[in-house]
Write a protein that binds this ligand. Structure first.
Ligand code: HPA
Length: 268
């Protein structure tokens, strides 16, 4: 972790972003909008994930977005890869060590709302951890008892909502339910999720939110809807569909994020 921080400090050469973005499926293109980018491959950063999911790169890209300093993690590790819910912990610890104070997580998700179809963007207001696991299993300190009442930072959420309104971009709001994956949900699980209060389902983000709060990093998250959830249409779900549909909402989310950075998200 110390080595990863040292390498990033050296690569960043004086740039000191306080806001980081984790780019999920479909948002990888946002790295191309970074001004004067510095790129470091995860392979050169001890502890960073060796992400093997197609549709995910694996590099840190730092620079400016809409004139504001930013650090992006392009590619993440998922619990379903090898059953390690804390797979992102070393990377997030490195960001904390680097001085990151705010984290915006993005993901692709299935929607439970017929009027929030593919291409929609949802600001996550809260989550349901339905995986049965937690990235803080095994953490010995009392810091493991992290409060999650305000897991999704009110100030950051307000900034994202303001940016969506300013750009005329529809931004839904809702609860994200974390399923372990990698298999998709069954229609019965989706009916259960709806009863439980979920508006979208996905296979990431929640462990990173928990880790961010554990590390004292403020956090917000947005989902890009790639499909209506299992059983809501006649169609079978697939990762190919996730990859194909993510860029649609990804562009909308990129619009919101760029406007939010231009309007001082980095300083809220
Ligand atoms: N379920 C879980 N994860 C997903 C989905 C889904 O329907 N779509 C994209 N990621």
């Amino acid at each position: 972790m110390k080595e990863a921080i040292a390498r990033l400090v050296e690569a960043l050469n004086g740039l000191a972003p306080e806001t980081a973005l984790v780019l999920g499926s479909g948002l990888g293109g946002l790295v191309d909008e970074v001004e004067n980018p510095v790129r470091v491959s995860y392979g050169d950063l001890p502890g960073f994930p060796k992400s093997g999911v197609t549709g995910h790169a694996g590099e840190v890209v730092a620079g400016h977005l809409s004139g504001a300093p930013v650090l992006m993690l392009s590619g993440r590790a998922h619990y379903y890869e090898d059953g390690n819910a804390a797979a992102m912990r070393p990377a997030l610890e490195a960001l904390a060590g680097l001085g990151i104070k705010k984290l915006i997580l993005t993901n692709a998700a299935g929607s439970l709302e017929p009027d929030m179809g593919p291409g929609s963007v949802m600001l996550i207001t809260d989550h349901i951890n339905f995986s049965g696991t937690n990235p803080l299993f095994g953490e010995p300190s009392d810091a493991r008892f992290v409060g999650l009442t305000e897991a999704y930072d009110a100030g950051m959420r307000a900034a994202l909502e303001k940016a969506a309104a300013a750009t005329g971009t529809a931004l839904h709001k809702g609860v994200y339910m974390w399923f372990s994956g990698p298999s998709f949900e069954t229609p019965a699980e989706i009916r259960m999720a709806r009863v439980m209060g979920a508006n979208a389902v996905g296979m990431s983000t929640v462990p990173e939110i928990i880790l961010a709060r554990f590390l004292g990093i403020r956090a917000a998250a947005c989902s890009v809807v790639t499909n209506l959830a299992a059983g809501m249409t006649g169609a079978e779900l697939s990762h190919q569909e996730t990859k194909d549909m993510a860029p649609l909402g990804g562009q909308r989310l990129a619009t919101i994020l760029k406007a939010a950075f231009a309007d001082g998200l980095a300083t809220v």
